[in-house]
Design a protein around this ligand. Structure first.
Ligand code: TYD
Length: 210
């Protein structure tokens, strides 16, 4: 019988290499015979589509409206009966997720009251905590360099904001210390080095059986 899969979240500032590292980890786990399902927030649902329009500025919205939408997108992401995270875990997949509630705390908590955003995310926290949150750490200067290489910039992509967001991540990690399993891993120029450090942390979750 399939055992319940692990839930692993990737967090980081913009340009920290989350999606690349997540793909690399997914390939590695699959090569070890682990069933993997990759997903991301904002999602591809109608909630997520609306969020993306807000992030690019096509739709004008207050920070509180955006924060509430992220929380709604997340609840749907967890519970959706077609492709929700809980369903995927119950099917025995290890779920890799690009961003989860710490993104809300770090990004939206810098611009709307943090306590309220934590409250908004209580349903998600009560339903599904990650087995591991991997934070890919990158100084704000480096973040901006990598983001500007991509061409277009979004709502939070200025140096000042990236600095605030990174500080906020560390504030909330301290707040949740002992209640959440968080690994802070430096995002190196050399992707393979970062990946090796990630695999070491993930290996612990599998009890050395990878
Ligand atoms: P995305 O295209 O995923 O950016 P990246 O590729 O850099 O991860 O867009 C996600 C953006 O949404 C990013 O700027 C962070 C922001 N965000 C929030 O503000 N709150 C949230 O809860 C989440 C999940 C993302």
């Amino acid at each position: 019988m399939a055992t319940k899969g692990k839930f692993i979240v990737f967090e980081g500032t913009d340009g920290s290499g989350k999606s690349t590292q997540m793909k690399m980890l997914g390939k590695y786990l699959k090569s070890k015979g682990v069933a993997v399902y990759g997903t991301h927030e904002p999602t591809d649902s109608p909630f997520g589509a609306l969020l993306r329009s807000c992030l690019t500025g096509r739709v004008e919205a207050d920070e509180r409206a955006i924060a509430a939408l992220f929380a709604a997108d997340r609840i749907d992401h967890i519970t959706n009966s077609v492709n929700g995270i809980v369903k995927k875990l119950e099917e025995g997949n290890t779920v890799l997720c690009d961003r989860y509630y710490f993104s809300s705390f770090a990004y939206n908590g810098g611009f709307a009251p943090l306590e309220w955003i934590i409250e908004l995310n209580k349903p998600a926290m009560n339903m599904l905590r990650p087995d591991l949150t991997i934070f890919l750490d990158l100084p704000a200067e480096e973040s901006m360099k990598r983001v500007s290489r991509r061409g277009e910039t979004e709502r939070y992509e200025t140096m000042d904001k990236q600095k605030r967001i990174r500080d906020k991540y560390f504030d909330v990690f301290r707040m949740f210390a002992g209640r959440e399993n968080i690994a802070v891993i430096r995002s190196e120029e050399e992707k393979e080095r970062t990946q090796a450090n990630i695999r070491q942390e993930v290996g612990k979750l599998f009890g050395g059986n990878l």
